[in-house]
Design a protein around this ligand. Structure first.
Ligand code: PBG
Length: 330
């Protein structure tokens, strides 16, 4: 392994010039590694600031044309859609998730009609944007019940597939849902719709700004520890991934991102499946506020994304995707 010793070996030699650094660069970040999340709101001509996520907005559907054009021009392959559901459409059961005219369904139809397969559309499968309690599934005695929740999730998945969604992304952490969703999609002839499982989703403190963005923060009275993973655990992530691969996941996600690079690497070493990273809202807001307060410079964003590539991620969901894609075009 060790290839020489000083003074014959001087590792700084290849670091001396820009051209030379480029030649020996081990990893690369390009816009095709990125997925851009978009928050949706009702209304027309709306671009609404999200206080907890400076620089990120909620858009009404009529604004999507402009944004998707930018996404495509910057060679980002896929967007992820998240709804900020009006409170009067939320209930205990997340019924709005199954409404073919909900925000995600309308946005998917709009994007797919206008942009065809020039862009991939990914949508979360989980009930939290639609429930008054802010949990990802159905509650019984304050506990999220697994199997009954899956019955709703499979319907939500099929509906999204019917709308034209390319990648179904269950982010709910129910046991067994990937297999049930795969089966239901296949039965209805959606064999080609992909499943990106949020296989390893930690009960994280970094989701705060996102919950604000989709409006579930104020309703969520407890944590999600009885379904999302304990952040002390590592081997359990391999069990989650193994299960989801068996059930038919095409890709798996690790979430959050930066605090879990060890997990990405571990999964990549153990399974040869595409592993995606989600640089979540709390990570975005922390880095963004560091930049806004001039504590760190903008290149910190590229550094924070490159480490996912180093760890073995195939792609990264990031709120910085559009800004960074503009910068790294060459
Ligand atoms: C909901 C969901 C969450 C995120 C994506 N989908 C939040 C949660 O589980 O509470 C978080 C994304 C982010 O923080 O950027 N199933």
């Amino acid at each position: 392994m060790i290839t020489g010793k000083y003074p014959n070996l001087r590792l700084r030699r290849t670091r001396k010039y820009n051209w030379s650094r480029k030649l020996v660069q081990e990893n690369n970040l390009s816009s095709s590694d990125l997925i851009y999340p978009i928050f949706l709101i009702e209304g027309n001509n709306k671009k609404q600031m999200i206080r907890s996520m400076p620089g990120i907005y909620r858009y009404s559907i009529d604004q999507l044309g402009k944004i998707i054009n930018k996404v495509i021009n910057n060679k980002i392959p896929m967007v992820a859609l998240f709804p900020s559901t009006p409170d009067n459409k939320k209930d205990k059961f997340g019924t709005e998730a199954l409404n073919e005219n909900n925000l995600v369904c309308r946005a998917t139809r709009f994007i797919k009609k206008r942009f065809k397969n020039n862009i991939g559309v990914m949508a979360d499968v989980a009930l939290d944007p639609y429930t008054i309690h802010g949990h990802d599934g159905l509650l019984k005695n304050k506990y999220v019940i697994n199997d009954k929740t899956i019955n709703v999730l499979v319907k939500q998945s099929l509906l999204q597939a019917q709308m034209g969604c390319d990648v179904i992304a269950p982010s709910d952490m129910m046991d067994g849902r990937v297999g049930k969703i795969r089966k239901y999609l296949d039965k209805n002839k959606y064999h080609d719709v992909q499943i990106l499982s949020y296989a390893v989703k930690y009960a994280s403190n970094f989701y705060g700004p996102f919950r604000d963005a989709v409006g579930s923060r104020k309703s969520l009275k407890s944590d999600k520890k009885n379904y999302q993973m304990d952040f002390a655990n590592s081997n359990e992530s391999l069990r989650e991934v193994a299960l989801d691969i068996k059930e038919g996941a095409d890709m798996v996600m690790v979430k959050p991102g930066l605090p879990y690079l060890d997990i990405i690497q571990k999964i990549k070493r153990n399974f040869k499946i595409p592993v995606l990273a989600y640089q979540v809202s709390g990570e975005y807001s922390l880095i963004k506020s560091g930049i806004n307060n001039k504590l760190i410079n903008e290149e910190a964003i590229i550094e924070s994304l490159m480490c996912f590539k180093r760890a073995g991620a195939s792609a990264i969901v990031s709120y910085f995707a559009l800004d960074i894609a503009k910068k790294i075009q060459f």
